[in-house]
Design a protein around this ligand. Structure first.
Ligand code: AKG
Ligand code: FE2
Length: 307
């Protein structure tokens, strides 16, 4: 569906101006959108995952850990595919008002792509460099978006998600390969500087239960967590049902392509704007954290497609 077709449908939970601002700026922040009942369930599920991670001493397909992670002092970077590892994470994406907000932005037919739980642990949780998501998983159109749920309050020193307004409209898309042609999964310093100077970044701080929604072409990143508090950010990537991925997904999330609302599409919607293609990941993939931090043991990691 095109933005005009989506905007012509009566919204469920967003105002028309929130929807228009998403299409024109490439993101919206919904402050305290999720109620405490959902938040408590999500926090409990997250604590269970952290508990399980204590047994892990090396990153694997579920837990991506910092080098100094121990059972006494866990330092998790990410849980990959949380919907597969705790039923609450699946219940949340199928039954909460978060799905209604997404339907207001991609149309009533909504499809799952993947999920992840990014922590950014206290005191040093790493920076995520400026990048955009769609060239990690190209689709036939640009409806895919990522919704972040802040499980706790997130202030500026905790490494909130930062977005570059209107960067989703930049063409051609900046490269996420380096000058030698190696995939780096982020913009070059020069391109990042141009983007930051042309359109001022906005850092999406907010109380627990706030949602960040950014389009798959929007340039975004997040600074280090300098504070004493963690920053668990639960992320889901959902698409319009008429968007189909066309590159290999080496670690297929079990819920990939499941229709969450409405019906499946019989025809793909094709956007003609060219999309930068990722490397061939059929042989494996390392997470965005390992890639950006250039970890030496990254090559030993099991394939992890979920960025
Ligand atoms: O955790 C974050 O701050 C952002 C992560 C992100 O953009 C990604 O994993 O694609
Ligand atoms: Fe991202």
């Amino acid at each position: 569906m095109t933005p005009d077709q989506i905007l012509a449908i009566k919204p469920r939970v967003l105002t028309q101006s929130q929807r228009e601002s998403y299409f024109s700026d490439g993101y919206i922040l919904l402050a305290k959108f999720i109620d405490d009942a959902w938040l408590n369930k999500l926090r409990d599920a997250t604590s269970e995952m952290v508990e399980q991670s204590k047994k892990v001493s090396k990153s694997d397909t579920i837990f991506d850990i910092e080098k100094d992670h121990t059972s006494e002092n866990p330092r998790l970077r990410r849980v990959s595919n949380p919907t597969e590892h705790h039923p609450v994470f699946w219940e949340y994406v199928t039954k909460s008002p978060m799905l209604d907000a997404v339907a207001d932005l991609v149309g009533p037919n909504v499809k799952f792509h993947h999920s992840k739980l990014n922590f950014k642990w206290a005191k040093g949780g790493e920076e995520v460099k400026w990048h955009y998501d769609i060239s990690f998983w190209p689709h036939t159109n640009y409806s895919p978006l990522t919704i972040g749920t802040y499980l706790y309050d997130c202030a500026m020193d905790q490494g909130p998600l930062g977005v570059i307004p209107k960067s989703h409209l930049v063409e051609p898309m900046p490269s996420q390969y380096d000058a030698s042609g190696n995939w780096v999964g982020c913009l070059s310093d020069a391109d990042a500087k141009t983007a930051v100077e042309s359109f001022k970044p906005v850092f999406l701080t907010g109380p627990a239960g706030s949602l960040t929604l950014h389009n798959c072409r929007t340039i975004h990143g997040s600074p280090k967590n300098q504070s004493d508090l963690g920053r668990p950010l639960l992320l889901y990537t959902l698409t319009s049902a008429d968007a189909f991925p066309y590159t290999v997904n080496p670690l297929k999330p079990i819920h990939d392509q499941v229709i969450l609302n409405g019906s499946r599409a019989l025809y793909a919607h094709h956007d003609a704007t060219p999309c930068l293609i990722p490397p061939d990941w059929s042989g494996g993939y390392t997470s965005i954290f390992s890639l950006q931090q250039k970890e030496t043991d990254a090559a030993d990691m099991k394939p992890d497609y979920t960025m």
